[in-house]
Design a protein around this ligand. Sequence first.
Ligand SMILES: [Zn+2]
Length: 506
Amino acid sequence: MLVGVAGSVTPAYAGGGAPTPGSAGLGDRLYPLLGNGGYDVQNYDLSLNYPAKDPKQTITGDVTITAVATQSLSRFDLDFGGGSAGTVSVNGHPAAVSRSGDELIITPQHYLAKGKRFWVTVSGFTATPIEPNADSPVGFVTTPDGTVLAGQPNSSHLLFPSNDHPRDMATYTITLTAPVGWTGTANGRHIGDRVRGDRISSVYRESKPMASELVQVAVGDFVVQTRPAVNGVPIRDVVPRRLAGTLLPKAEAERSQLTWMTGKVGPYPFENYGSLVIDASLGFALETQTLSLYDTGLFGAPAFILNPIMTHELAHQWFGDSVAPWQWSDVWQNEGHATWYELLYADETGVFQQYTGFANREAYFKRVYSFGDQWRARYGPVAHPLSSASVWDVFNPNVYDGGALALYALQQKIGTSKFQQLERAWVSRYRGESASTDDFIALASKVSGHDLRSFLVAWLYGSTTPPMPGHPDWTVSPVPASATARTAAADEAVTGWRPGLVPAGH
Ligand SMILES: [Zn+2]
């Protein structure tokens, strides 16, 4: 890779102004310190070292991040919340480092000129996995068989230094080194293995842009099962060796789901796909790029539950992974669309009634519609979650079912044909990029040939639920006057109405 070395003795500051510190965050409303300002990452070369066959062990790592300065930088931050930060160099020269919370503040010997490429290496950082906890995002997590990463939305930097925000997508080379007998897998294509003594290094390459929150590194006593490609997309699954006989047959459904999903929105955006199942109770599934993460709790559920949720995570590969949110307030784009295809799949495979307790999608959305105002009062409008105090305040019911309901309203408004055209245009136009709710509104207007701004702004940002096109009889339940009653009503509207509901998670 071509790397420009900054640092002339006489500062020229040509075009970039005097060097200033990069900001500690990207300005995300919900996670102000996530990501950092002043540079744009192109590639991560991440190496992780697992000393023993111990799922609870502290691991060490090195990462080289290649980036382009977007301002003249006197210093810049990385996000890191692991253990020791090790040593840092910039363009090969030792750099000064200090820490403040989850910010790694790096001062290079020479300023970094705007527009120039630079590289930063963090060597010998450490991270220790934690037990899974269904009440919170878990980050770098231990299981009986090894460790995995569940980084969404703000935990990948607990494992490795990064610009941990989906606005800054990059390619990755990931090298996992462990004792022979353990298996390391990661996102993307398996480049190869190398054995030295009693250690094995496995190298993976994710050549498509990926958000840090979607990185997956699974290392332990796992087996990798390859399956026949689907429309040219190689398939591989990763499961605990001792559970392979039970879990692998269930994962096979992903092949027909991939055919189904490709038929809906067009070509799969990545080089391969598959499922990773861990023996844990996460309480959610997660769309880590090219390798969706599930737990044995979900894989123990009947097929009429498991298969729609697997399709939800598969749909995320287009909606959320390939097209990433510009900011976390846009997460309805991920979850609304994934829920949309989860429900459509359940409908078209004949399990809708069993899965949801409703006869069809129209009946389902009519009920969701009735909760509209309560959810907006409790969690905020669809594209404007009120709080990030808990991850479930951001990943809230009004983002999942409320997001899908907004899409239903849009389909009612512009018709099924234009809606399908829009869905395909969205994943094609913004493939490999971060896109905002504004971008979605603009594309919807363009594809439909109608100015949909006020219509979609009302659905996505309004504090009350707009009328449903084509269903003037649909009504919204009132929001109780007292705050306590409001919370109780919204909670009841989440838990009390959908018999088949299991936490679909992220
Ligand atoms: Zn999801």
